[in-house]
Design a binder for this molecule. Structure first.
Ligand SMILES: Cc1cc2nc3c(=O)[nH]c(=O)nc-3n(C[C@H](O)[C@H](O)[C@H](O)COP(=O)(O)OP(=O)(O)OC[C@H]3O[C@@H](n4cnc5c(N)ncnc54)[C@H](O)[C@@H]3O)c2cc1C
Length: 443
């Protein structure tokens, strides 16, 4: 990739300077090699160094720090685990759903704490989160979800009726909302690059433009091959998210799926007169294939979601989707007719990691030499930061309250090989579309 090409991967990557580091050349010997320079890898490296400052830690990133989902996402710091609380409760039982929610609440608070303590400049704001109902059936879905949350003893979520919701954000489509003040929004590329600035001085060696092409066991240790050289490590962290199927030991645990975003020019005061949104909450709706939208620090409207795309086999080339970009722009105009004349300036997409049961997984890949973390679907901004600490505990073979959660070393449902993988992914996506149309034929 040419030196500055990564900046095309998202608007966020154009918002501040970042100069990628050197690629690995020659041989390197370390205690831990972290593969992948997204939030998971960065946070894992940080927590390893924090636990043992003498530990030799190298982070190997195939492109540039933040190149994956971490530098391209919506920037919602939010508590959702997997797809919904209800689905998690059906899949794992109510007590585990409660445990997952507590982990996520901790993750959201922890991200805010890290940003503050490490002084990471990432335009962090804490305006809270609205899950809006845009049809009567979605309203019932949200209320049911909220009743489950309250039954599990979860706090900090309340229902806003139609008028209360529209006092916050004015759209004729809103019939009410789940209101969760705990959540925030941020600039994710600034967060990823801010992380790099934190861990470099701690002694983590970061190598960019350094894809790991092969991992093999070698006399009780692990050898990682890259185009310019190789690394020998006692332990390895696979923080490769949607690319994880390229590694044999975790090949079937997830598949990549792409979600897309469009961004407007900065909105003007007359737009805010029409749509309100003075309190700048992050917003999602209650579809299976959610819309997620928010304001940037310079008042652009970011709209993402609506549909996702998959690929066949090892194809990772799916970052642009003109049809979904066009639909997202229509969705903005439908939600907020007052924004009809507003120009769209950016569009991009990125891959999320999807396990068969849509729930995250962390654990050892075979023996204790290799730890992986993947599968946050579209909700990993908060979780990956705390997962880095959990991963560090696993690498250090420490049993803690973090490693005791049910999704650490859980049994995942393997995705089948192609062509069945593609058929299964299409079938799941087809069902999600069908149900969304049933809940709201207008969208
Ligand atoms: C468009 C979009 C919007 C999203 N919006 C939100 C949101 O608002 N809120 C939220 O909570 N979540 C959101 N997510 C999900 C969230 O971004 C991810 O869950 C999170 O960033 C995952 O972080 P990660 O470090 O695990 O993975 P990534 O950030 O994907 O990092 C993996 C890294 O591994 C590198 N890599 C892959 N293979 C190799 C190799 N062989 N050698 C070396 N390096 C390799 C990749 O280049 C990449 O940089 C969104 C995701 C996308 C794509």
């Amino acid at each position: 990739m040419a030196q500055e090409d990564f900046r095309n991967k998202s608007y966020w990557m154009t918002t501040c300077d970042y100069v990628p580091g050197d690629a690995l050349q020659g041989e390197l010997d370390v205690d831990v090699a972290v593969v992948g320079g997204g939030f998971t890898g960065l946070s894992s490296a940080y927590h390893l160094k924090k636990a043992e400052s003498n530990m030799r830690v190298a982070l190997l990133e195939s492109e540039v720090i933040g190149f994956g989902a971490s530098g391209r996402n919506g920037g919602f710091n939010m508590t959702l685990f997997g797809l919904t609380l209800g689905i998690t409760a059906v899949r794992f039982g109510k007590q585990k759903a409660k445990q997952a929610q507590h982990y996520m609440e901790r993750a959201v608070d922890y991200l805010q704490e890290l940003v503050r303590e490490l002084k990471i400049d990432c335009d962090y704001e804490h305006p809270g989160f609205l899950r809006v109902a845009t049809s009567e059936k979605y309203k019932q879905r949200i209320i049911k979800e909220m009743e489950l949350a309250h039954e599990l003893g979860l706090e900090g979520i309340e229902w806003l009726d139609r008028d209360q919701t529209r006092q916050q954000v004015q759209s004729d489509l809103y019939l009410g909302a789940w209101w969760e003040p705990r959540c925030g929004i941020l600039n994710p590329a600034k967060l990823a690059w801010g992380w790099a600035e934190v861990i470099r001085p701690m002694g983590v060696q970061i190598f960019e433009n350094t894809p790991v092409v092969e991992i093999r066991r070698e006399g009780g240790r692990v050898r990682l091959d890259t185009p310019g050289g190789h690394v020998r490590a006692d332990k390895v962290v696979l923080a490769t998210n949607a690319w994880s199927h390229f590694f044999r030991s975790i090949k079937r645990k997830q598949v990549p799926a792409w979600t897309y975003i469009v961004l407007t020019e900065p909105l003007r005061p007359e737009h805010f007169d029409a749509i309100g949104w003075q309190n700048r909450q992050g917003i999602e709706d209650a579809r299976n294939l959610v819309h997620y939208y928010r304001l940037t620090v310079d008042n652009r409207l970011l709209m993402g979601g609506r549909d996702i795309a998959t690929t066949y086999g090892d194809d990772m080339d799916n970052d642009l989707n003109p049809a979904i970009f066009a639909e997202l722009k229509d969705d903005v105009r439908q939600l907020f007719p007052a924004l009809k004349g507003v120009r769209f300036t950016h569009e991009w997409g990125g891959p999320v990691s999807v396990p068969m049961d849509m729930a995250p997984a962390i654990g050892y890949a075979g023996d204790k030499n290799i730890v992986y973390s993947l599968g946050q679907v579209g909700h990993g901004v908060s979780m990956t930061q705390l997962n880095g600490r959990t991963v560090a505990d696993l690498v250090l073979e420490r049993r803690t309250d973090l490693t005791d959660v049910f999704f650490v070393n859980r049994r995942t449902i393997p995705w089948p090989p192609e062509p069945l993988r593609n058929l299964a992914a299409r079938a799941i996506l087809g069902y999600m579309h069908w149900e969304d149309r049933k809940y709201d034929p207008a969208v």
